[in-house]
Write a protein that binds this ligand. Sequence first.
Ligand code: F6R
Length: 606
Amino acid sequence: MCGIVGAVGHDRCGPVLLDALKRLEYRGYDSSGIVTLHEGQIDLRRAVGKLVNLETALADQALPGSIGIGHTRWATHGGVSEDNAHPHVASDRVSIVHNGIIENHRTIRARLESAGHKFASDTDSEVLAHLFVEAFDAGLDAVAATQKILAEIEGAYAFAAMATDYPEQLIVARNASPLAVGIGEGACYIGSDAIALAHLTRKVIYLKDHDFALISADHVAVYQADGTPANREAVIVAASPGMVDKGGYRHFMEKEIYEQPDAIAHSLAAMTDADGQLTATMSTEDLRAITGIVMLAAGTSHYATQIARYWIETLAKVPVVCEVASEYRYRHPVTSAYSTALAISQSGESLDTLMAMRHAASSGLHTIGLVNVPGSTIARETDFVLPTRAGPEIGVASTKAFTAQLTVLLSFAVALAKAKGSIDAERAAQIHQQIQSLPGLVGRALTLFDPIRPIAHALSQARSALYLGRGTLYPLALEGALKLKELSYIHAEGFASGEMKHGPIALIEEGLPVVALLAADEVMAKASSNLREAAARGGQIILITEERAVHEVDFADAVITVPNVDSLLAPILLAVPAQILAYLTAVEKGTDVDQPRNLAKSVTVE
Ligand code: F6R
């Protein structure tokens, strides 16, 4: 969604905030802005478009001052315009940046407008600036003003306010949206995550929901919503101080596809104990206590859960249900059949997933969070953490986080099955050995860029495409279709191959690209006969398969092969060519691969 930053006590506030925003650009990128306070004056720069436009505006006119806040926006309320870009300023006196949604903003705005407040934007966020002006006008100090405002606003928020009334402190608050406070040398900072602050400090305080804080150069005073002082410990975060860059690749996504052997190897290492056994980072007793799992996730992470369900039910014989996180709590689920909720999120911040996890926890389920960002909200709130070690994923479309999630989920399934006694130690060791071959196999699949290029060129001319798979390759078909549509804007749908005859086959017409995912598994023969039906009706079959299964589909129009692989691992290995196909198709079409239209990396609103 949006990213917020702030600094107090740093004499080069403008450039420091710009650097911090660059690290948050993955959260949103349709407009941005920075405001500083210098000699009693609020000085604002905003620009529509990518951050580079704000950088140009700042190069033309630098921002003086040692206190300031900044924002990179992904529009929700109010279109993309300079007026709607943050920071918002009210009465030349209070400036705010906000991530989240103030759900009751209309009522508040109507009240403030009738009291004479003039609004300059269509955003929900601007009410915050006016609420502070109103509270200061009423004679409230910073603590009382913030307390009053938090009691009035509803929704998810992380915000920072800067006021001429308090020229040496920032006021920040959070509820459901992430916020980190960085403690530096003679300066303090705020950011939507610790990565934003990694070039400034690794000492971070994470505010809890409904906390607010007054931050000056050398002091952070944290309060609960009712104004009671709160003690929140600072932690040292492991975020890399280096700026994440493209490392010579054309796009972050390309780099992240290439990083998969490492991401998988590091994630597997995190799941392996000193004796080389898969432990799932949990004790045998904790694993044995798991009698049913509800998996909560969104988008690509949700497709990872759907693949994992096959593994966990097959190996560990533990019932699993996969829930779209945004739907879960609103259908008032019956949770008594499950002991455990497993929330899966690359960012650890997707609000839908966080809220679903909280709902499960409040219904009495134990929670496990599978996250890629250490210290993220889900990681902090969950009973157990299963880490992926994919490193920062910057491209909006998830790639290395997905295959790392699958690696961890398969390892978890094996550890669970072993603890439950549904597989013996020998079978567990055998699967573990196969998983260890994954980095090498994925490395070999990375040589597929050149063979896939002409196929991507042809696919880029299509208006629509189908993705088909059976078994664990059915969720992978959904993921392949998602990658293609979000990156190249070509309409794509994924189906279970066996479902085609129940309706979707009517879509097939001469020349329609059909991306077929196939492995030498128990459903191969059935899947290939489903494909034959699609080919017979004019579908252009693009087959993605392992070498030993190619002969099954001798009618394919294009073939992409990966090395032979155990069928348990097939969805992980076959994900790689599906990613490359979507990536190269988008490059052919000239779309914005790392930051596709209308999308943000971390979605912190419902
Ligand atoms: C698609 C993609 C999204 C995310 C989804 C969940 O390529 O990346 O569908 O998977 O927004 O994000 P996380 O895993 O951070 O909760």
